[in-house]
Design a protein around this ligand. Structure first.
Ligand code: SF4
Length: 210
Protein backbone atom coordinates (compact mmCIF):
# COMPACT_ATOMS: atom_id res chain seq x y z
CA UNK A 1 0.00 0.00 0.00
CA UNK A 2 1.25 3.49 -0.75
CA UNK A 3 2.13 5.77 2.13
CA UNK A 4 -0.48 8.40 1.36
CA UNK A 5 -3.29 5.87 1.55
CA UNK A 6 -1.89 4.39 4.77
CA UNK A 7 -1.70 7.87 6.26
CA UNK A 8 -5.32 8.58 5.28
CA UNK A 9 -6.40 5.37 7.02
CA UNK A 10 -4.57 6.33 10.22
CA UNK A 11 -5.92 9.90 10.13
CA UNK A 12 -9.47 8.63 9.64
CA UNK A 13 -9.13 6.11 12.47
CA UNK A 14 -7.72 8.86 14.68
CA UNK A 15 -10.86 10.91 14.11
CA UNK A 16 -13.00 7.84 14.78
CA UNK A 17 -11.19 6.87 17.98
CA UNK A 18 -9.82 10.13 19.44
CA UNK A 19 -9.28 8.45 22.82
CA UNK A 20 -7.40 5.39 21.55
CA UNK A 21 -4.78 4.41 24.10
CA UNK A 22 -3.63 1.43 26.14
CA UNK A 23 -6.56 -0.23 27.89
CA UNK A 24 -4.40 -1.92 30.53
CA UNK A 25 -4.07 -0.03 33.81
CA UNK A 26 -0.52 0.65 34.99
CA UNK A 27 1.46 3.36 36.70
CA UNK A 28 5.00 2.33 35.79
CA UNK A 29 6.95 0.09 33.41
CA UNK A 30 7.02 -2.85 35.83
CA UNK A 31 3.24 -2.85 36.25
CA UNK A 32 2.77 -2.65 32.49
CA UNK A 33 5.14 -5.58 32.01
CA UNK A 34 3.20 -7.74 34.49
CA UNK A 35 -0.17 -6.66 33.06
CA UNK A 36 0.96 -7.45 29.52
CA UNK A 37 2.17 -10.92 30.51
CA UNK A 38 -1.23 -11.51 32.14
CA UNK A 39 -3.12 -10.25 29.10
CA UNK A 40 -2.24 -13.21 26.85
CA UNK A 41 -5.53 -14.91 25.89
CA UNK A 42 -7.39 -12.70 28.36
CA UNK A 43 -9.45 -9.51 28.12
CA UNK A 44 -7.92 -6.24 29.29
CA UNK A 45 -10.96 -5.74 31.53
CA UNK A 46 -10.26 -8.97 33.40
CA UNK A 47 -6.55 -8.18 33.66
CA UNK A 48 -7.40 -4.76 35.13
CA UNK A 49 -9.62 -6.40 37.74
CA UNK A 50 -6.82 -8.74 38.76
CA UNK A 51 -4.03 -6.17 38.71
CA UNK A 52 -6.16 -3.72 40.68
CA UNK A 53 -5.69 -6.06 43.65
CA UNK A 54 -2.26 -7.41 42.69
CA UNK A 55 -0.54 -4.05 42.34
CA UNK A 56 -1.80 -2.97 45.75
CA UNK A 57 0.13 -5.78 47.35
CA UNK A 58 3.14 -6.28 45.11
CA UNK A 59 4.93 -3.20 43.88
CA UNK A 60 8.41 -4.36 42.91
CA UNK A 61 9.96 -7.56 41.51
CA UNK A 62 11.34 -8.44 44.92
CA UNK A 63 7.80 -8.39 46.38
CA UNK A 64 6.75 -11.22 44.04
CA UNK A 65 9.83 -13.22 44.98
CA UNK A 66 8.52 -13.36 48.54
CA UNK A 67 5.51 -15.51 47.59
CA UNK A 68 5.15 -19.04 46.27
CA UNK A 69 4.10 -19.88 42.73
CA UNK A 70 0.93 -21.48 44.11
CA UNK A 71 0.01 -18.29 45.92
CA UNK A 72 0.55 -16.19 42.83
CA UNK A 73 -1.47 -18.68 40.78
CA UNK A 74 -4.43 -18.11 43.09
CA UNK A 75 -4.09 -14.34 42.75
CA UNK A 76 -4.11 -14.41 38.93
CA UNK A 77 -6.29 -17.48 38.40
CA UNK A 78 -9.12 -15.69 36.60
CA UNK A 79 -6.74 -14.48 33.85
CA UNK A 80 -6.43 -18.05 32.53
CA UNK A 81 -3.24 -20.01 31.85
CA UNK A 82 -2.42 -19.06 35.41
CA UNK A 83 0.14 -21.79 35.95
CA UNK A 84 2.40 -20.65 33.10
CA UNK A 85 1.76 -16.99 33.73
CA UNK A 86 2.70 -17.30 37.42
CA UNK A 87 5.82 -19.26 36.49
CA UNK A 88 6.85 -16.64 33.92
CA UNK A 89 6.13 -13.71 36.23
CA UNK A 90 8.27 -15.19 39.00
CA UNK A 91 11.10 -16.06 36.59
CA UNK A 92 10.89 -12.57 35.09
CA UNK A 93 11.05 -10.97 38.54
CA UNK A 94 14.06 -13.15 39.39
CA UNK A 95 15.86 -11.99 36.24
CA UNK A 96 14.93 -8.35 36.81
CA UNK A 97 16.42 -8.57 40.30
CA UNK A 98 19.53 -10.52 39.31
CA UNK A 99 20.43 -8.79 36.06
CA UNK A 100 18.71 -5.41 35.95
CA UNK A 101 18.81 -4.17 39.56
CA UNK A 102 15.05 -4.64 39.85
CA UNK A 103 14.35 -2.30 36.90
CA UNK A 104 12.62 -3.04 33.60
CA UNK A 105 15.21 -2.84 30.80
CA UNK A 106 14.63 -0.34 28.01
CA UNK A 107 15.96 -2.38 25.11
CA UNK A 108 13.91 -4.80 23.02
CA UNK A 109 16.72 -7.33 23.13
CA UNK A 110 16.83 -7.35 26.94
CA UNK A 111 13.06 -7.33 27.29
CA UNK A 112 12.75 -10.36 25.03
CA UNK A 113 15.11 -12.31 27.25
CA UNK A 114 12.56 -12.13 30.07
CA UNK A 115 10.46 -15.29 30.45
CA UNK A 116 6.98 -14.84 28.97
CA UNK A 117 8.01 -11.76 26.99
CA UNK A 118 7.84 -12.04 23.22
CA UNK A 119 8.28 -9.35 20.63
CA UNK A 120 4.69 -8.07 20.98
CA UNK A 121 4.98 -7.63 24.74
CA UNK A 122 8.41 -6.02 24.40
CA UNK A 123 7.00 -3.54 21.87
CA UNK A 124 4.00 -2.74 24.06
CA UNK A 125 6.29 -1.99 27.01
CA UNK A 126 8.77 0.02 24.92
CA UNK A 127 6.03 2.07 23.36
CA UNK A 128 3.68 2.65 26.31
CA UNK A 129 6.12 2.81 29.20
CA UNK A 130 9.22 4.31 27.59
CA UNK A 131 7.82 6.28 24.64
CA UNK A 132 9.92 4.34 22.12
CA UNK A 133 8.18 4.15 18.72
CA UNK A 134 7.08 0.52 18.27
CA UNK A 135 4.14 -1.47 16.97
CA UNK A 136 3.01 -4.44 19.04
CA UNK A 137 1.21 -6.78 16.65
CA UNK A 138 -1.54 -8.57 18.52
CA UNK A 139 -4.45 -10.47 16.99
CA UNK A 140 -6.40 -7.26 16.18
CA UNK A 141 -3.46 -5.42 14.63
CA UNK A 142 -2.62 -8.51 12.59
CA UNK A 143 -6.16 -9.07 11.28
CA UNK A 144 -7.11 -5.43 10.61
CA UNK A 145 -3.78 -4.59 8.92
CA UNK A 146 -4.14 -7.52 6.57
CA UNK A 147 -7.78 -6.79 5.74
CA UNK A 148 -7.07 -3.15 5.02
CA UNK A 149 -4.10 -4.08 2.86
CA UNK A 150 -1.57 -2.30 5.06
CA UNK A 151 0.29 -5.62 5.02
CA UNK A 152 0.05 -9.03 3.44
CA UNK A 153 2.42 -10.46 6.05
CA UNK A 154 1.96 -14.08 7.03
CA UNK A 155 3.10 -13.63 10.63
CA UNK A 156 3.16 -10.80 13.22
CA UNK A 157 6.79 -9.92 12.50
CA UNK A 158 6.13 -9.44 8.79
CA UNK A 159 3.06 -7.31 9.56
CA UNK A 160 5.09 -5.23 12.02
CA UNK A 161 7.78 -4.68 9.39
CA UNK A 162 5.24 -3.67 6.73
CA UNK A 163 3.52 -1.21 9.08
CA UNK A 164 6.87 0.33 10.00
CA UNK A 165 7.69 0.65 6.29
CA UNK A 166 4.46 2.32 5.29
CA UNK A 167 3.85 4.57 8.32
CA UNK A 168 6.04 7.37 9.70
CA UNK A 169 7.78 6.50 12.96
CA UNK A 170 5.86 9.11 14.95
CA UNK A 171 2.63 7.27 14.15
CA UNK A 172 3.75 3.73 15.03
CA UNK A 173 2.57 3.70 18.64
CA UNK A 174 -0.69 5.51 17.91
CA UNK A 175 -1.42 3.22 14.96
CA UNK A 176 -1.05 0.21 17.24
CA UNK A 177 -3.82 1.55 19.49
CA UNK A 178 -6.03 2.66 16.59
CA UNK A 179 -5.89 -0.72 14.88
CA UNK A 180 -6.76 -2.44 18.18
CA UNK A 181 -9.70 -0.09 18.76
CA UNK A 182 -10.91 -0.64 15.21
CA UNK A 183 -10.61 -4.42 15.60
CA UNK A 184 -12.54 -4.36 18.85
CA UNK A 185 -15.27 -1.97 17.75
CA UNK A 186 -15.95 -2.51 14.04
CA UNK A 187 -13.53 -4.82 12.25
CA UNK A 188 -14.49 -7.85 14.31
CA UNK A 189 -12.85 -11.17 13.68
CA UNK A 190 -15.94 -13.09 12.53
CA UNK A 191 -18.28 -10.43 11.24
CA UNK A 192 -16.61 -7.15 10.39
CA UNK A 193 -19.19 -4.33 10.26
CA UNK A 194 -18.00 -3.02 6.92
CA UNK A 195 -21.20 -1.10 6.24
CA UNK A 196 -20.44 1.34 9.09
CA UNK A 197 -16.65 1.32 8.69
CA UNK A 198 -15.12 4.77 8.14
CA UNK A 199 -12.23 3.38 6.08
CA UNK A 200 -14.14 0.93 3.89
CA UNK A 201 -13.37 2.82 0.68
CA UNK A 202 -9.67 2.28 1.40
CA UNK A 203 -9.98 -1.34 2.49
CA UNK A 204 -8.84 -4.22 0.30
CA UNK A 205 -11.17 -6.69 2.00
CA UNK A 206 -14.22 -4.48 1.49
CA UNK A 207 -13.40 -3.52 -2.08
CA UNK A 208 -12.75 -7.16 -2.96
CA UNK A 209 -15.84 -8.57 -1.24
CA UNK A 210 -18.50 -5.92 -1.88
S1 SF4 B 1 -14.15 -2.30 5.62
FE1 SF4 B 1 -14.62 -4.10 6.83
S2 SF4 B 1 -12.83 -5.40 6.70
FE2 SF4 B 1 -12.23 -3.36 6.05
S3 SF4 B 1 -11.41 -2.38 7.87
FE3 SF4 B 1 -13.56 -1.84 7.72
S4 SF4 B 1 -14.65 -3.37 8.94
FE4 SF4 B 1 -12.59 -4.16 8.53
Amino acid sequence: MDREKALTIVKTLKKTYPDAKAALHFSNSFELLIATILSAQCTDKRVNEVTGRLFEEYKKPVDYLGISQQQLEQEIRSCGFYHNKAKNILATCRMLEDEFSGMVPKSREDLMRLPGVGRKTANVVLSNAFGVPAIGVDTHVFRVSRRLGLSDGKNPEQVERDLMDVLPEELWSLSHHLLIFHGRNICHSRRPQCEICPVKQLCNYYLTNS
